[in-house]
Design a protein around this ligand. Structure first.
Ligand SMILES: Cc1ncc(COP(=O)(O)O)c(C=O)c1O
Length: 443
């Protein structure tokens, strides 16, 4: 298979392999990284353009002489590449430090815009924002903060326990006269569930036409596409969104990001969070990080060129992983937490639990000698023993959610690595449960 051959011939994803110390008799234990939703390694081509830019494009992009011009050209090319990746216009992209900043920028901007436009009308209303219960913390926490400060009202719409998705009708039902933003992620980082963003945008657009006649504020639609980019086609026209968050380190790019804003500053207002030297047309000032922007552009170019091959390869390996899990463990013991009948999901994500009183996700992972994965969002890795609120929101029972592991495969993960991981899990379970008679003794 072309994709597999092209994608597996290097050391990516095996960066965690332990080097031998030279004198040991037994080979070092092989590590297999399956946490690509947490972060991805840089593609070699990305490292190359980052390095070149560091060496050769160090000029200030705002300087009028050749060194500055060279840096500016690199930034323009990267912007073009990002725009192509999402089917948007280059002038609608601004560079940010990452997903957290892009998400915060959208939220704070719509609140500022509401305050500017509505306070002139003196109706005293606070802006209202709608989101769902499984968003990343970089959406949830700024919204909770604004609500706690009574600067905004927020509705967290529960996701369906049947589909794992937020239902379009539930989003619409949450809308109020003062609603100015709907923000729903494109793909969930823990389950991989794809949210119905195109349908939400369409319905909100139709509603906006009616609201305009009554003098109500326009509702803008934002999607956080951090997890979807590089794993499936993402197109801002098909999605119909006003804002879209881009995160480089989820698609083999550097740890910066960008924000797409439809008709930036003309159709869609954007209020900066920072004030400074005028870069990014004042929407996000600060001297541009040319090398990282160059790398982000290269990573985007690779996605545009290869996303179908990436998707097919990841789906093949992930489906094989699920098949092997069901074959190697008693089917009754495996619960595939991210499979909701009829719901689309990311091609690389497998969230599952092995039932058993001793098999809490963290405990099991700690027993694994090969597998490197997580129990949920990487940023919650310090929260011991609490099952993922995302899984609980999706209707996964407490005892099952407590045992959950999130495995996410990447461009270079192989079926042979899946075999190693499944054996590793079997051995870890056997060590935790002891001989058959001991099973369940410590519950
Ligand atoms: C869905 C989603 N949104 C936003 C982010 C935030 O990205 P960053 O931590 O790079 O700012 C992440 C990263 O884990 C994510 O998974």
């Amino acid at each position: 298979m072309e994709a597999a051959v092209a994608l597996t011939g290097d050391a990516r994803g095996r960066a965690a392999s332990q080097p031998g110390d030279g004198g040991e008799k037994t080979p070092p234990e092989r590590k297999v990284y399956m946490d690509y939703n947490a972060t991805t390694p840089l593609e070699p081509e990305v490292i190359q353009v980052v390095t070149e830019a560091m060496r050769e494009a160090w000029g200030n992009p705002s300087s009028p002489y050749p060194a500055g011009k060279k840096a500016k050209d690199i930034i323009d090319t990267a912007r073009d590449n990002l725009a192509k990746m999402i089917g948007g216009k280059p002038q609608d992209i601004i560079f940010t430090s990452g997903g957290t900043e892009s998400n915060n920028l959208v939220i704070h901007s719509v609140v500022r815009h509401f305050q500017h436009t509505r306070s002139a009308e003196g109706d005293g209303a606070v802006p209202h924002l709608v989101t769902c219960t499984v968003e990343h913390d970089s959406i949830r926490l700024p919204l909770e903060h604004l609500a706690n400060e009574q600067v905004a009202a927020v509705t967290f719409v529960p996701v369906s326990k049947v589909s794992g998705q937020v239902e379009v009708e539930d989003i619409l039902a949450a809308v109020r006269p003062a609603t100015c933003l709907v923000t729903v992620m494109l793909a969930n980082n823990e389950t991989g569930v794809i949210m119905p963003i195109a349908e939400i945008s369409q319905r909100i657009k139709a509603l906006n036409r009616k609201r305009a006649a009554s003098g109500l504020p326009v509702i803008l639609v934002h999607t956080d596409a951090a997890q979807a980019l590089g794993k499936r086609r993402v197109d801002v026209e098909a999605l119909g969104v006003d804002f879209l968050t881009i995160v480089g380190h989820k698609f083999y790019g550097p740890r910066i990001g960008a924000l797409y804003v439809r008709g930036l500053g003309e159709l869609t207002p954007l209020y900066p969070m920072l004030f400074g030297g005028g870069q990014e047309r004042n929407f996000r000032p600060g001297t541009e990080n040319t090398p990282m922007i160059a790398g982000l552009g290269k990573a985007a170019e690779l996605v545009t060129k290869n996303w179908e091959a990436y998707e097919a390869h990841m789906r093949d390996v992930r489906d094989y992983l699920e098949e092997r899990l069901l074959a190697e463990f008693d089917k009754q013991r495996i619960h595939l937490n991210s499979r909701f009948p009829g719901t689309e999901r990311l091609p690389n994500t497998c969230n599952f639990s092995i039932r058993g009183p001793q098999l809490q996700g963290r405990v099991l992972l700690a027993q694994c000698r090969t597998l490197l994965a997580s129990v949920g969002a990487a940023c919650h890795s310090d929260q011991v023993d609490r099952p993922s609120p995302v899984l609980l929101s999706c209707g996964i029972p407490f005892d099952v959610a407590r045992n959950a592991l999130r495995l996410s495969v990447g461009r270079s993960t192989t079926r042979a690595e899946v075999d190693l991981v499944v054996q590793d899990l079997k051995q870890a379970v056997a060590r935790l449960e002891g001989p058959p008679g001991a099973r369940g003794a410590s519950s």
